[in-house]
Design a protein around this ligand. Structure first.
Ligand code: NAD
Length: 296
């Protein structure tokens, strides 16, 4: 299939490479010439603008952009996709943005005669490279079925979450819970260690008891508990504090739009904000435990 792809950064770059590996042909666009060159070297054709992607013969167009402002400008701008794309071409936005913006862009696409899916991902850059991402997809079931074989070249868990925007709903709800649970595990681990307990023994108890969760058993924030976790390599790599902060901001913004209280989500956002303001935005988000550790 011929596919247009916009946004070739840490996530979009490897995702586009996996589409090429699966035998699709690609026309790509990014504001960064370096990111563009990497894909051209791998066999993609470069386009000079979103409009040029739209005017090509792509049957499907995918975007992977930083935030809602970029998505709106790429889709709704004068030189954007909707002003130039043929009706019927399927549009898939994989960026993480707030659900209401996703619905607004999908509505504009529908008015232009283009079906659109929101398909944010989890799995990070490792999952993007390995082609094992989880896609949370919002839009019609018929469009989901059409997109499924293409998404399967980039991910292994592809879930239809319901109507337009619901992929983003699933993503913000999950990541808000992740941000909160990491703080809970940090608080409990720091308390236990301060009271004289060995961190590894405490983690073992939690992980076979009712406090167990992904933040405790797969990604424990205490250094040395899990060799594979970012905590055991100085909180490098992994999922950055500023990316968690972005997702908590989306959750609290979406909550405000529907009058839904997210008390712990808002508190978690403030804690990560304060941690980031201390110069830690680039550290993995599990480093939030350093707000609690007396010895850190
Ligand atoms: P990134 O900053 O590495 O890449 C974004 C790319 O978009 C850049 O190459 C940039 O040049 C390009 N871009 C910006 N504006 C553009 C425009 N108008 N037209 C074309 N290209 C443009 O970001 P990333 O880490 O790849 O993240 C992309 C999205 O995926 C974000 O919404 C992020 O929240 C989400 N996400 C990231 C991760 C992660 O671990 N990095 C995990 C899950 C989801």
């Amino acid at each position: 299939m011929h596919i247009g792809f916009l946004g070739l950064g840490n996530m979009g770059g490897p995702m586009a490479l996996n589409l090429l590996k699966a035998g699709h042909s690609l026309t790509v666009f990014d504001l960064s010439p370096t990111s563009l060159a990497r894909l051209v070297e791998a066999g993609a054709s470069a386009a000079a603008s979103p409009a040029a992607i739209a005017q090509g013969n792509a049957e499907l167009i995918i975007s992977m952009l930083p935030a809602a402002t970029h998505v709106k400008s790429v889709y709704l701008g004068d030189n954007g996709l909707l002003a130039h794309v043929q009706p019927g071409v399927l549009l898939i936005d994989c960026s993480t943005i707030d659900p209401l913006s996703a619905r607004e862009v999908a509505k504009a696409a529908a008015e232009h005669g283009n079906p659109m899916l929101d398909a944010p991902v989890s799995g990070g850059t490792g999952g993007a490279t390995a082609g094992t991402l989880t896609f949370m997809v919002g839009g019609s079931l018929a469009d989901f079925d059409r997109a499924q074989p293409v998404l399967a070249a980039m991910g292994k868990n592809i879930v239809h979450c319901g109507d337009s925007g619901n992929g983003q709903v699933a993503k913000v709800a999950n990541n808000m819970l992740l941000g909160i649970s990491m703080i809970g595990v940090s608080e409990a681990m720091a308390l236990g260690v301060s009271l004289g307990m060995d961190a590894g023994v405490l983690a073992g108890i939690i992980n076979t008891s009712s406090g167990r969760c992904w933040s405790s058993d797969t990604y424990n924030p205490f250094p040395g508990v899990l060799e594979t976790a970012p905590a055991s390599r100085g909180y490098s790599g992994g999922f950055g504090t500023d990316l968690m902060l972005k997702d908590l901001g989306l959750a609290s913004e979406a909550a405000k739009q529907v009058g839904q209280p997210v008390i712990l989500g808002a508190l978690a956002q403030q804690l990560y904000q304060s941690f980031s303001a201390q110069g830690n935005g680039g550290l993995d988000f599990s480093a939030i435990i350093n707000l609690y550790r007396k010895d850190a």
